[in-house]
Write a protein that binds this ligand. Structure first.
Ligand SMILES: *Cc1c(COP(=O)(O)O)cnc(C)c1O
Length: 427
């Protein structure tokens, strides 16, 4: 029996589903997860000594790849000075300076320990500032697992807000309305019906959690206009896109300025961090300046901030995002070519170094069109790639992340593996 199999057997007796976050359990593709021993650059090794070219990138944070020297050194150095004090440290100031310099919409920023915390705290600020109870999100967008965010209301959302999760009381779910992504008319309808109760619209400006879906031209601008007209706030959840699609995130790439921004993933350099921020006046709602309470024992943790800052320093170098764009485009071309030769219907959505290959004809512009993807086919493709030494997200509705550690040779290898795996699908 392999070491991974043995570990998974023990894990399933002790941990729900054997995993500490559900999608790691491979339920979306079948089979059992392998256990990771280590990672270096673009590769990971499992406990049985097999190596994989990794496009999961820990679900987004690892834009430099695994164990980059600068980050490992920054963490080691910080650890030698102590791991947490519950009192301010100099690097937190440096992180706040780095974030506010890169995101002009953020004047004050608060560090937290996860993207979930960032989103729920930003929403609390929006509700505190507007005195309104309702939140609008978009179908297929994920903003962490806080109670009232686990909702993807059915059509007509205003009256049927049904929680996606057990344990979420219906009255909490009822505070969240949901509209189709890229559909401004649906959003206008929600605002016409209940506009004076809506505190904020929260959106992944480039969706990553239904697979990658870019905003259609005018969508983000429309959100800005509609929220402003109704006195509601606009929250960009840039937990994935922040420092990923551009150093200044999707708000820099598309030139739309939100009221509040959530960050996470990359700014922790692979350690647990989140952040939320916005205009000084708005963020002055947050305790101890204002009445909106939010706190954290490990917030601004010295190791996590050191790892994040080391990552941002590398990303601040010349041409980094041009390189990521070029590598992302290479992977996209490889997949598209492979699918064409194999005669497999595949729609590749990509923004810079984040990409999803949907197993369906395009376009994929929202959750409904994403759901047309053939998940059984994706599962076979996933396992085919895994057998060929390439590790992808174990679900169709996730992104593949290209890092700066992926060389052109790595991407050629991935494209060849994909061509083979896709060809075997049509046989
Ligand atoms: C990952 C993610 C979150 C949640 O972050 P965690 O650190 O997992 O709590 C929130 N929003 C988006 C867009 C994400 O991708």
């Amino acid at each position: 029996m392999s070491d991974s199999k043995r570990l998974f057997e023990t894990a399933t007796r002790l941990i729900p589903g054997g995993v500490n976050s559900p999608v790691r359990a491979f339920r979306g593709v079948g089979g059992e997860p392998f256990f990771v021993a280590r990672g270096e650059g673009a590769r990971i090794w499992d406990v049985d000594g097999r190596s994989y070219l990794d496009f999961l990138g820990s679900w987004g944070p690892l834009i430099l790849g695994h164990a980059p020297t600068a980050v490992v050194e920054a963490i080691s150095e910080a650890a030698r000075r102590g791991t947490s004090y519950g009192a301010p440290t100099p690097l937190e100031v440096e992180m706040a300076e780095a974030i506010t310099a890169a995101y002009p919409s953020i004047e004050l920023v608060r560090l937290v320990s996860s993207g979930t915390e960032a989103a729920m705290s930003a929403i609390r600020v929006a509700r505190g500032a507007t005195g309104r109870p309702l939140l609008v999100k978009f179908d297929g967008c994920y903003h962490g697992h806080a109670d009232s965010l686990l909702v993807k209301a059915g059509s007509g959302g205003a009256t049927f807000s049904i929680p996606d999760s057990g344990g979420v009381p219906a009255p909490l779910a009822a505070l969240t309305l949901s509209a189709p992504f890229n559909d401004l008319d649906a959003l206008r309808a929600l605002f016409r019906a209940r506009g004076d109760e809506i505190a904020a619209v929260i959106v992944e400006p480039v969706a990553g959690n239904m697979g990658v879906v870019a905003p259609l031209p005018g969508f983000l601008e429309g959100l800005r206009e509609i929220t402003r007209a109704h006195g509601a706030l606009l929250i960009f959840d840039e937990v994935i896109t922040g420092f990923r699609v551009a150093y200044g995130g999707a708000q820099a790439l598309y030139g739309v300025r939100p009221d509040l921004t959530c960050l996470g993933k990359i700014i922790g350099g692979g350690l647990p961090v989140g952040a939320y921020g916005g205009a000084r006046q708005l963020m002055s709602q947050v305790a101890p300046l204002g009445p909106v309470y939010q706190a954290g024992t490990l917030s601004g943790n010295p190791l996590a901030v050191a790892a994040g800052l080391a990552t941002l320093r590398e990303l601040g170098r010349h041409d980094v995002y041009a390189t990521l764009e070029a590598r992302g485009a290479m992977l996209e071309r490889g997949l598209t070519e492979g699918a064409r030769k194999a005669g497999v219907a595949l729609t590749v959505n990509r923004v810079g170094s984040m990409l999803t290959a949907f197993f369906c004809d395009g376009p994929v512009t929202d959750y409904t069109s994403a759901k047309r993807a053939d998940t059984a086919r994706y599962a076979r493709y996933f396992h085919g790639m895994r057998e060929r030494g390439v590790f992808l997200a174990p679900s169709q509705f996730e992104a593949a992340f290209v890092s700066l550690a992926h060389t052109e040779a790595d991407l050629e290898h991935a494209a060849r593996a994909a061509a083979d795996a896709l060809a075997s699908l049509s046989r």
